[in-house]
Design a protein around this ligand. Sequence first.
Ligand SMILES: Nc1ncnc2c1ncn2[C@@H]1O[C@H](COP(=O)(O)OP(=O)(O)OP(=O)(O)O)[C@@H](O)[C@H]1O
Length: 249
Amino acid sequence: MNLLALRGIGHAFFGRTVLEGVDLAVGPGEVVSLLGPSGSGKSTIAHIAAGLIEQKEGHVTRSYARHAMVFQEPRLMYWATVEQNIGFPLRLVRAPRRNRAERIEAAAVRAGLLPEDLDKFPVELSGGMRQRTAIARALVNEPDFIFFDEPFTALDVALKRRMQDLVIDASSGGRFGALFITHDVMEAIRISHRILVLAPDGRGIAGERRVAGEPGMRSEEEGFVLRQEFLHRDPLFAHIHEIDERARP
Ligand SMILES: Nc1ncnc2c1ncn2[C@@H]1O[C@H](COP(=O)(O)OP(=O)(O)OP(=O)(O)O)[C@@H](O)[C@H]1O
């Protein structure tokens, strides 16, 4: 059974159609990337799938127990410490107080934070540490599904790779299913089991490619070769341009 299934999703903003006939499914422990050019409707799909906005057409079936979201901006509470930010989902679900600190620390460690970072405020953190905090907050309640909406687009290349490795480690062993929105082909290849390519105008999923092997177990060379093949020889990727104009100075 799928953890998440979208059937015939259509949406419009102010009468302008942005999505039509979008079908996709994510199985347990599966990381699926959704690739598409800027403005093709990727974030709208993630928001509909997560229940943040209601679609105009189609059905969403969620069979997971708990989901979390990681956005491009970390969206931290600036008045609260790292510990309080990470622990926020536990407060929301009124998790038992006795082991909250332990769970927060475990999530922080999984996200590559140090125990001494827990008392800091977001203003004292680098961009990478803020995104680590957002990832720890997503992991703290042991979700079985995570939506990632271009979480690393704004980060520099080296940091982006470290963050991708974090997600690969955290998801290993099928700990959660995920829908990972990106416009970066290499990121999709590194992180996911399957890549869905959205049609340029959001009119459905143009096609999909399965990435052989497990994320984290593929060599750099395999990833590079696959990227070249996708971008230069595979017609499915003809409308994918990896440059995000928002990231340009
Ligand atoms: N709240 C909104 N109100 C009106 N139009 C919107 C709204 N959100 C998105 N849109 C429009 O819907 C279309 C799809 O936007 P969306 O953000 O889903 O695309 P995207 O593929 O995620 O783009 P990007 O990669 O640039 O984030 C765009 O034309 C956008 O301008």
